[in-house]
Design a protein around this ligand. Structure first.
Ligand code: ATP
Ligand code: MG
Length: 236
């Protein structure tokens, strides 16, 4: 019998959620094409928080867009849970994205004609599981219980980004992708929003992959990787 930890329970092995290998992405025609991703490999466990660093133009957004099925690589495979993204057609990738992935962008990207509550409800409606109670509960968790009926232009930047974070999580996706989520916020608001984001993601066991230049997410992350010359490396 293998030795058990002193409390008698053996922790379950961490489950691999994302496995990407040999990703190639080039822009431009023929010989003059620029190779942004050059055989990039990446993997992440369920529940892991991974930060991706890299200079501007190194390919962070390109990589997140591939993981989220927004774009398709010219070579390589991406597996998320049981799904093989590289072999799906665009319609299948869209359906998968709606169900299994949440996005948070730098520019909040809320729908301006919908209220905060309606923006939050959108992923539930798109997945055919609208549930007003879940929207109310999410508004409460976001500290926005009294802001549900406001439109995005009636909310501060920090409040808008909290709604965007709620919208990324409300349908309980396996994976959340965040591209510079605090890039448009001042330092204090950025810290508050990030703390909330981190605690919601941790409590829900969601995997988070975040591209950022900020220092705070790097301190909270389980792993920090550096994107350079088309490859991801462990930060030295
Ligand atoms: N649709 C496109 N067509 C042509 N080139 C593109 C396209 N999208 C991105 N690129 C190029 O690919 C490279 C990587 O861009 P990407 O947006 O992924 O960088 P990034 O690391 O996210 O940068 P930043 O930190 O500034 O957001 C850049 O040189 C960019 O100009
Ligand atoms: Mg970018």
């Amino acid at each position: 019998m293998p030795e058990s930890p002193s409390n008698g329970s053996v922790p379950p092995p961490a489950a691999l959620l994302i496995s990407a290998s040999g990703l190639v992405m080039r822009y431009g025609p023929g010989e003059s094409a620029t190779g942004v991703l050059q055989g990039l490999d990446f993997s992440a466990q369920a529940g892991e928080f991974v930060v991706i660093l890299g200079r501007s133009g190194s390919g962070k957004s390109t990589f997140l867009n591939l993981l989220g099925g927004m774009d398709q690589a010219q070579a390589g495979q991406i597996r998320i849970g049981d799904a093989e993204l590289s072999t799906m057609d665009e319609e299948a990738r869209t359906r998968f994205r709606r169900r299994a992935i949440g996005f948070v962008f730098q520019a909040f990207n809320l729908l301006p004609t919908l209220t905060a509550a309606e923006n939050l409800a959108l992923p539930l409606a798109l997945n055919g599981c609208f549930d007003p109670q879940r929207v109310t509960e999410m508004l409460r968790q976001l500290g926005l219980a009294d802001r549900g009926q406001r439109f995005p232009d009636q909310l501060s930047g920090g409040e808008q980004q909290r709604v965007a974070i709620g919208r990324a999580l409300i349908h309980r996706p396996a994976l959340v992708l965040a591209d510079e989520p605090t890039g448009n916020l001042d330092a204090d608001t950025s810290r508050q929003v990030l703390t909330l984001f981190h605690s919601l993601v941790r409590d829900s066991g969601t995997t988070l992959v975040m591209a950022t230049h900020s220092a705070e997410p790097q301190q909270l992350a389980d792993r920090v990787l550096y994107l350079d010359r088309g490859q991801l490396r462990e930060r030295s």
